[in-house]
Design a protein around this ligand. Structure first.
Ligand SMILES: Cc1cc2nc3c(=O)[nH]c(=O)nc-3n(C[C@H](O)[C@H](O)[C@H](O)COP(=O)(O)O)c2cc1C
Length: 184
């Protein structure tokens, strides 16, 4: 199985990117974890959305085709998802109802500095994925509140309770991706 990791933050010290790296450490050996990069994706403009895509977009499109599931970690910006993530989703959402996102099993994590852990951004992201016909894993959501207290100087997760919850989420996610991809 191959999972595509996508962070909604471009920040070098992003808690969401660190959370994805922590997720990568929880995976079984037979699951490959590949990172996609939203950096460099131009602002969506249908004038430049031609058959030949800008290179950063073409790379993400191919990575989505190649993966069995997508794992996103998103920050919350003003109670929603960052423009960077929405812009990338808009690019890969065309043509409508026939895009690479249709039917692609997806998991959503969020990390935020606040006490709610990005819950509102997850609601908005789910709504976006209802437009792209992208199924989101039907398991209890994973939020990481007070993310600034959860990672060590080396960027690794230092909270065992969070790691336990993350591990649980990933087990559910992998079992569900297995089911949907007919691998089980
Ligand atoms: C423009 C902006 C808006 C933000 N809005 C929220 C918000 O609505 N809720 C929240 O919990 N944190 C909010 N934050 C704080 C983020 O949780 C914090 O910056 C977090 O570190 C972003 O994730 P990252 O570390 O992966 O970049 C906001 C930050 C920025 C820069």
């Amino acid at each position: 199985m191959q999972l595509l990791a996508l962070s909604g933050s471009l920040r070098k010290e992003s808690f969401n990117t660190k959370l994805l790296h922590a997720a990568g450490e929880c995976l079984p050996e037979d699951v490959r974890f590949v990172f996609a990069d939203c950096a460099g994706v131009p602002l969506y403009n249908s004038d430049i959305d031609k058959e030949i895509k800008p290179e950063p977009v073409a790379k993400i499109l191919q990575a989505i085709v190649d993966c069995d599931g997508i794992l996103i970690a998103t920050p919350e910006y003003n109670y929603s998802i960052p423009g960077v993530l929405k812009n990338t989703i808009d690019w890969v959402s065309r043509p409508a109802y026939k895009s690479v996102l249709v039917g692609k099993p997806t998991g959503i994590l969020s990390a935020a500095k606040g006490p709610v852990g990005g819950a509102q951004s997850q609601g908005h992201l789910r709504q976006v994925f209802s437009a792209t016909l992208t199924p989101v894993v039907p398991s209890p959501p994973f939020f990481l509140p007070m993310a600034q207290d959860k990672f060590g100087e080396d960027g690794r997760l230092i909270d065992d309770a969070v790691r336990h919850r993350l591990d649980r989420y990933l087990k559910d996610f992998i079992a569900w991706v297995t089911l949907l991809s007919g691998r089980g």
